[in-house]
Ligand binder design. Structure first.
Ligand SMILES: Cc1cc2nc3c(=O)[nH]c(=O)nc-3n(C[C@H](O)[C@H](O)[C@H](O)COP(=O)(O)OP(=O)(O)OC[C@H]3O[C@@H](n4cnc5c(N)ncnc54)[C@H](O)[C@@H]3O)c2cc1C
Length: 319
């Protein structure tokens, strides 16, 4: 089984979920005979390939050319399709980041197939791929078997497995397709230092913080934990935080290793975006708040007392 993995990189920096996608692909390859071919598109590919070379690929193909300068999904998908056909591959895997979701959908469209999207588990039994993915806004997990190829799969960030394997052979090639889509401008968004959708730790705040200025408490906590800051829709609608911070049904779906919900009630629309987090810590003064139903650990208390104490404890441990 030949598996193509799109490795997402910007300015030579690999997006961490791509390393997990490579690990998942390698596990599939090793549970039968198989080869993993990593694909990096665009400039600075050699630098990116160097960082990804031991993450599970047998070969890494770098494609560069004018059509790939802007990292636009159309151009990347065209190259993936070209490589898929040249290699007579069976699968394409990528991380379900915002660009990854677009790239895999466009690739599937051209190959005339569908995508098993946002998978939280992927295994192989002989020539059948078994996947698991959340449905109904995270209220249920669907198990599916993929028996027909080509199979296209995106893997939810923080759900793949990072591996360390022998270094891949790196091959540099010129882009073979010429996407007609060009970027005409670039406006920097309000995304914080760490991208919410890919963060390993998120500290998220809700209306319980009472005032936008009090988010400084969460920002300090996030800095200590090297975490991203998220928010409920209530505080986004109130203009306390930008929409790019919103977690939930009408915001971002996140799956960090640790999600700390502070002063968030846990409305179903909020849970839809974060309930697949590995560990959930809820801090809320109301013992009946619905967030406690999904929390791994719950602290019933006033956040204005709990957060400073948590910070002091963390400082003594981490600094
Ligand atoms: C179509 C639709 C889509 C939606 N999409 C989203 C979405 O994407 N994301 C989202 O978040 N919401 C979404 N909502 C809104 C959602 O229903 C809730 O209104 C919202 O999540 C509530 O935000 P909150 O938990 O911050 O506020 P509240 O529900 O007001 O909760 C505040 C919490 O803070 C606690 N608290 C107060 N003071 C303290 C204190 N001092 N210490 C500790 N705890 C304290 C309270 O006990 C309470 O539980 C959507 C709603 C609709 C109808």
């Amino acid at each position: 089984m030949k598996i193509i993995v799109w490795i997402e990189a910007r300015n030579g920096q690999i997006k961490a979920p791509s390393l997990e996608a490579l690990g998942s692909a390698r596990n599939l390859a090793e549970s039968g005979s198989g080869e993993v071919i990593g694909v990096i598109c665009g400039p600075s590919g050699a630098k990116a390939a160097h960082s990804a070379s031991t993450a599970g690929a047998h070969r890494i193909i770098i494609r560069d050319g004018e059509s790939l300068n802007d990292a636009i999904a159309d151009g990347i998908a065209d190259e993936l399709v070209a490589i898929f056909r040249e290699e007579s591959a069976d699968m394409v895997i990528c991380a379900a980041t915002s660009t990854g979701k677009e790239v895999i959908a466009l690739t599937a469209g051209t190959l005339g197939t569908s995508v098993a999207a946002d998978c939280t588990s992927i295994t192989r039994r002989e020539d059948v791929i078994e996947i698991e993915r959340p449905i109904y806004a995270g209220k249920a997990l669907m198990q599916q078997k993929i028996c027909q190829f080509p199979a296209l799969v995106s893997i939810r960030p923080n759900y793949g497995e990072r591996l360390e394997r022998e270094a891949a052979t790196v091959i540099e090639q010129a882009a073979t397709t010429g996407s007609s889509v060009r970027r005409t401008g670039f406006k920097r968004g309000t995304v914080g230092k760490i991208d919410l959708a890919e963060a390993e730790i998120i500290v998220s705040g809700g209306r319980g913080l009472k005032d936008p200025a009090n988010f400084v408490l969460l920002e300090e906590l996030a800095e200590l934990l090297q975490a991203a800051v998220g928010a409920s829709r209530a505080v986004v609608d109130a203009g306390w935080r930008p929409h790019s911070d919103q977690v939930g049904q009408t915001g971002k779906t996140v799956s960090p290793k640790l999600y700390i919900a502070v002063g968030i009630s846990g409305a179903i629309q909020h849970l839809a975006g974060m309930s697949s987090s590995r560990t959930i810590v809820a801090i809320n003064k109301d013992p009946n708040a619905p967030i406690f139903k999904v929390a791994t650990y719950g602290v019933v208390g006033d956040l204005f007392e709990v957060i400073p104490r948590l910070q002091a404890q963390l400082k003594s441990v981490l600094q």
